[in-house]
Design a protein around this ligand. Sequence first.
Ligand code: NAD
Length: 262
Amino acid sequence: MTQFAGKSALVTGSTSGIGLGIAGALAARGAHVLLNGFGDVDAALASVGDAAAKSGARVAHHAADVSKPAEVEAMMRHADDVFGGVDILVNNAGIQHVAPVEEFAPERWDAVLAINLSSAFHTTRLALPRMRRKGWGRIVNVASVHGLVASAHKAAYVAAKHGLVGLTKVVALETARTNITCNAVCPGWVLTPLVQAQVEARAISGGLDLDAARDELLAEKQPSGQFVTPEQLAELVCFLSSDAAAQVRGVAWTMDGAWTAQ
Ligand code: NAD
């Protein structure tokens, strides 16, 4: 399991949920991993550290708030200092805010756009020069089905994720003649803290218990009736980071229980 031995990865927003799963899978395959994000950093370091211990990889954390370009710049310098740069960049940090557009607080709009979209622009522009010098790189943007289709009350999130799919295509074109690829993954519902908050809101507004709210949420959009898991997404990211995926470029790859097949 040392497929990525000698490579270094940065996964933004990797102290929880999908990012944590991706970081663990990359570390298990031998990539040194720089974690990023808030919350229980020690638990994230311990869990990815366990995976890394078996492969000989190293794990570190940087607490950059990715909505702040200066902090993203500091994080990228830290990646250079600790691991000699970023070979595999996974732009995963994201937040959600749910409200009708005319009630959408402008500061929430700005925050969602900054974290879910602009942060990927900043990490990408800073990582690319070194990837070009090394002649190899992988950029995977964690978009969403909401990068392809819309849902009501998610104006900022849908705009940001559509933007992230657009950014993915542009970077794929600009790197098309190199060994650097850029792709997006587009998950449907994954039961992480980000979605648990939406399940709880639905339970309260509908007078449902949590199981019923979870079932209703899935039934509305995801025909499989099952959540995608962080582990399944991590396998997809590892594939997109592999040499076998060298000609997969500029795609927005769904893993959504047939959500967007409808
Ligand atoms: P999560 O809330 O479990 O994790 C989000 C991570 O981002 C955490 O580590 C958090 O600390 C970090 N983060 C938040 N704001 C940050 C900031 N300003 N700077 C740095 N880190 C920050 O969420 P998740 O469900 O694992 O979501 C991960 C990504 O997957 C997001 O981009 C989300 O939009 C996307 N996604 C999630 C789902 C889903 O159903 N859960 C579906 C499609 C796409």
